[in-house]
Design a protein around this ligand. Structure first.
Ligand code: PLP
Length: 383
């Protein structure tokens, strides 16, 4: 009855756990939400004011598919300044959230049978969309002993002539791991050697606690084979606004914009105007948010490491921890269920992010310190 290709499309189980947690709440249970990947802060007021002004100024119409010229200009200037590599407005495509950049880039680049290397555990949408277009997903395992970075020797064994694209994500969801300059260099060299594209998902670029963000644009030699994915969702607590963008060679940008013409038409005009304010206005709210995330990270990492059977690295970025739960003797899914049902703590099984997530859970610490403390006490009690 339905198209064959729908069998190949995956999903994000975070939304399923959220639905179960909500159902429990409806029955009067108290649940601490550590399953959701979004900042719990409000969008800074200067951004909200800019959106209201744009609405009143008439930014209520269709705009060009690739984005409003003034927004593409500012986004290009931002990337040029922030990453230190010159990009032009014609390299920018603005989308409703960063997710469509993933979807459109994979559709535009990957033919049936093409191989795509992607991080596992990783954001589940990568594998889902690779399968959807008939590509062959080739997981690169991210291992705890390697601080969830990519082992370049292992990666060498995965590249071949059929490799069309490699997806990387730093800081990473779900592990909070970051790629070092050296690892990134190894990835770039392999992509050049095998003439592959690189999709660098840098949506957490500003949520980093130790050291500097290493961007794919630190390697100018990769620019003409790179899609840099960025967005406002995480940095400015704008998940529900839906605003993201990709930076890519002009020829690819034209294809991605045409995919947008065929689907969403364009990103809401007033939201793009608010996005300009986010990048050019004061950054102190965003910085405060990151400082608070850092305090929460330390709270949850220290607390988890006090619980027998759990061992947790201190992630360098994003707002997730990915504790090793092998010492509990339970599978990831069993523990996800147990914690939700008996402790009222919603977290995600590591396997929601791929097969190499077995033995781990993901907790998002985008929740108050008070709630994190409550969750830690409950987990300790149940275990
Ligand atoms: N990339 C990663 C790694 C993410 O974790 C997310 C959101 O959870 C996205 C992309 C998508 O971001 P957006 O909400 O802007 O579509």
């Amino acid at each position: 009855m339905f198209a064959e290709r729908m069998k190949r499309l995956g999903t994000e189980t975070a939304f399923e756990v959220l639905a179960r947690a909500k159902a429990m709440e409806a029955e009067g249970r108290d649940v601490v939400h550590l399953e959701i990947g979004e900042p719990d802060f409000d969008t800074p007021s200067n951004i909200i004011d800019a959106a209201v002004k744009a609405l009143k100024d008439g930014f209520t119409h269709y705009g060009p598919s690739a984005g409003l010229p003034e927004a593409r200009k500012v986004f290009a200037e931002h990337i040029t300044k922030d990453r230190g590599l010159k990009v032009d407005p014609e390299n920018i495509v603005i989308t409703p959230g960063a997710k469509p950049i993933l979807f459109f880039s994979i559709i535009a680049l990957v033919d049936e049978g093409d191989e795509v290397i992607y991080p596992n555990p990783g954001f589940p949408i990568y594998e889902s969309v690779i399968n959807f277009v008939g590509g062959k997903p080739v997981p690169i395992p991210l291992r705890e002993e390697n601080e969830f970075s990519i082992d370049i020797d292992e990666l060498k064994g995965l590249f071949n002539e059929k490799t069309k694209l490699i997806i990387i994500n730093s800081p990473q969801n779900p592990t909070g791991g970051v790629l070092s300059e050296e690892d990134m260099k190894g990835i770039v060299e392999l992509a050049i050697k095998y003439d592959a594209w690189i999709l660098s998902d840098e949506v957490y670029s500003k949520i980093i606690y130790d050291g500097q963000h290493v961007s794919i644009y630190n390697f100018p030699e990769a620019k003409d084979r790179t899609i840099l994915l960025e967005g406002h969702s995480k940095t400015y607590a704008m998940t529900g606004w839906r605003l993201g963008y990709g930076v890519m060679p002009k020829e690819l940008a034209d294809h991605v914009a045409r995919l947008q013409t065929n689907s969403t038409s364009c990103t809401a005009s007033f939201i793009q105007m608010a996005g300009i304010e986010a990048l050019t206005g004061p950054q102190d709210e965003s910085r405060k948010m990151v400082a608070e995330f850092k305090a929460r990270r330390d709270l949850i990492v220290d607390g988890l490491n006090e619980i027998p059977g759990i061992k947790c690295l201190r992630p360098k970025g994003a707002f997730y921890v990915f504790p090793n739960i092998k010492g509990t003797g339970k599978s990831s899914k069993e523990l996800e269920n147990l914690l939700l049902e008996e402790a009222g703590v919603a977290g995600l099984s590591g396997t929601s992010f791929g097969e190499y997530g077995e033995g781990y859970l993901r907790f998002s610490y985008a929740n108050s310190q008070e709630n994190i403390k409550k969750a830690l006490e409950r987990i300790k009690e149940v275990l």
